[in-house]
Design a protein around this ligand. Structure first.
Ligand SMILES: NC(=O)C1=CN([C@@H]2O[C@H](COP(=O)(O)OP(=O)(O)OC[C@H]3O[C@@H](n4cnc5c(N)ncnc54)[C@H](O)[C@@H]3O)[C@@H](O)[C@H]2O)C=CC1
Ligand SMILES: CC(=O)C(=O)O
Ligand SMILES: [Mg+2]
Length: 531
């Protein structure tokens, strides 16, 4: 008896009369715990990828927060305990010397087009989770499929298991990673060089997205590899791109309300890690797009870390903090956020600090007293580390805040009015950046590709979204938006002469957009259980 007949015999006769997708949704919704929902959905993806992606596309607002931030944070924190089956590729420090052979075990082989690679050393704001970091690569790739229409079988989630400095994992008998501390820089560098070379050899058409490396390594490996390989760093470049986009829209709303020019904005960054500095560097182009020089633009940006306002006279300043360190402040160190705000008088306060409730009532009210429409973006993930909750920000500013957070919040009712938050998360751009880089076969991901992605996203708001005061488009439109972002990325790759697929050069924008949309993978639609 064939397997299909055998299985068919076990299926209840009336099952085919019902909508299996509805049954699966009901099963998902019957679970009250986010982690249980995560486990359920990942099981579904394994059993029936078409149905999984079909449901994801139809229920983005419900399912993205499970597969991605905030719940993916819980999944990572608990991964060794909830592990069910192999889901991605682990390359361990013990594989050094024969990484190629390990990569060759990946079933899809040369078909792979996009890899998300983490070393688990800074997963969201949750710190060093070691080998537990794999779900972040998986979640990002789910969004590549749902958001941009990348074919699932061409995605490759990787966790580099180099050890962990988190003692509780080393002591946990169920920990799935290599039981050792992280290597010293020289050993890690050797590993990373071998890894990147092997990746190119085994997967010649692959784009690599670095994800959630600890800040020093995030900057270092981006600098080391970006001109050598097809690679970008999501936390530095993806976040920079998405926040520039939201800021372009927010600044326009705020400036119109205050009757002041765009060049008057002053931006205060609370948190100066890979994300904070990545965004700050990208926001320079907000000012240069208004005609200012980089030097003038730099003066409009202030950065704060755990020691307070970053000034150039501070001893032992880390390399990535030097560029924005202030040379014009002479007083005693400003270590309190209220004091910093009173000194800077920012029009925008951006949080990338991993500090829950770092923007308390006093801070938010002060921002509202300084600005007609204060821009407050608490961008740390997951929600448990967000600098301020949306309902509080609305209440403390009497509804005037222009708000975007890294993780999703629901709309808020306040004094008879409904307010809708924005989600300033790199998920709005990395699928389109990836799609554009893959289709154009870009040799490198250039600054201009990242900047154009941002401008395309900012311009993608519909009149209705603008009228609703949104700074990001609604997530349900992500496929259309990703196509527009990909188009802008391809055009920028062409201008920078890094495109190896010259076929698109003669296509009009309309024709190219149509081509991109036609390339978007769609799940085969069927509501029947597969045998
Ligand atoms: N919304 C989005 O799309 C993204 C959000 N993020 C989030 O940004 C956060 C930061 O990420 P990284 O920059 O990579 O981390 P990081 O650990 O390198 O940086 C954190 C920064 O915050 C500062 N900080 C910590 N405690 C502070 C305090 N009490 N007062 C003032 N500053 C303090 C640190 O000095 C450091 O400069 C994470 O929560 C991450 O999830 C990261 C990438 C994208
Ligand atoms: C969103 C993201 O990439 C992060 O929080 O690290
Ligand atoms: Mg990240």
């Amino acid at each position: 008896m064939s397997l299909a007949i055998h299985n068919a015999a076990r299926i209840p006769p009336y099952l085919f009369n019902t909508d299996h997708a509805q049954r699966v949704l009901a099963q998902l919704r019957s679970k009250h715990n986010g982690l249980e929902k995560y486990i359920y959905l990942n099981g579904l993806k394994e059993r029936d990828p078409n149905l999984f992606y079909e449901l994801l596309l139809a229920n983005m607002l419900e399912m993205v927060p499970i597969l991605y931030t905030p719940t993916v944070g819980d999944a990572c924190s608990n991964y060794s305990h909830i592990w069910r089956r192999p889901e991605g590729l682990y390359v361990t420090i013990e594989n050094k010397g024969h990484i190629r052979e390990v990569l060759r075990t990946w079933p899809a082989g040369q078909a792979a087009r996009i890899a998300v690679v983490t070393d688990g050393s800074r997963i969201l704001g949750l710190g060093d989770l070691g080998a537990n970091g794999l779900p972040i690569s998986i979640g990002k790739l789910d969004l590549y499929v749902a958001g941009a229409g990348i074919k699932p079988t061409t995605t490759l989630p990787i966790c580099l298991d180099l050890g962990t400095n988190t003692q509780r994992f080393l002591e946990d008998p169920l920990y799935i990673g290599v039981r050792r501390k992280r290597p010293a820089t020289a050993e890690m560098d050797e590993f990373m060089h071998e890894f990147m070379e092997a990746m190119r050899e085994v997967f010649p058409q692959l784009l690599v997205q670095f994800e959630d490396f600890s800040t020093d390594n995030a900057f270092r490996y981006l600098d080391l590899f970006r001109n050598q390989y097809r690679v970008f760093n999501d936390d530095i470049q993806g976040t920079g791109s998405v926040i520039l986009s939201g800021f372009l829209n927010a600044a326009r709303i705020a400036s119109e309300a205050a009757g002041t020019p765009l060049t008057e904005h002053r931006i205060l960054f609370f948190g100066a890690g890979s994300a904070g500095i990545g965004v700050a560097k990208q926001l320079l182009s907000f000012f240069t797009l208004q005609g200012m020089s980089v030097e003038e633009a730099k003066k409009r940006i202030y950065t704060v870390d755990s020691k307070g306002l970053i000034t150039a006279d501070r001893k032992g300043l880390q390399e990535h903090k030097i560029f924005f360190a202030r040379t014009d402040y002479q007083g005693p160190p400003l270590t309190n956020l209220v004091d910093v705000i009173n000194y800077v008088k920012p029009t925008a306060l951006l949080g990338l600090s991993t500090v829950r409730n770092a923007f308390p009532e006093e801070v938010v009210r002060l921002m509202a007293s300084l600005n007609t429409r204060p821009i407050i973006f608490p961008l740390s993930n997951p929600v448990s580390l967000c600098e301020v909750d949306y309902a509080d920000a609305i209440k403390w500013t009497n509804g005037s805040v222009i708000f975007a957070s890294g993780s999703p919040y629901k709309p808020v009712e306040y004094e008879g009015k409904t307010y809708e938050p924005g989600q300033g998360n790199n998920m709005y751009v990395f699928p389109g950046i990836g799609m554009g880089a893959i289709l154009s076969k870009a040799r490198h991901v250039t600054d201009s590709m990242v900047e154009q992605a941002s401008i395309a996203l900012a311009s993608s708001l519909t009149p209705e979204e603008k009228a609703a005061g949104l700074v990001y488009p609604r997530l349900v439109r992500i496929r259309d938006i990703s196509a527009q972002v990909a188009l802008a990325v391809i055009r920028a790759a062409q201008k920078d002469n890094v495109d190896e697929n010259s076929l698109f050069r003669n296509l009009s924008d309309d024709a190219l957009l149509e081509y991109i949309k036609a390339k978007q993978w769609q799940p085969a639609s069927s509501h029947l259980p597969r045998l």
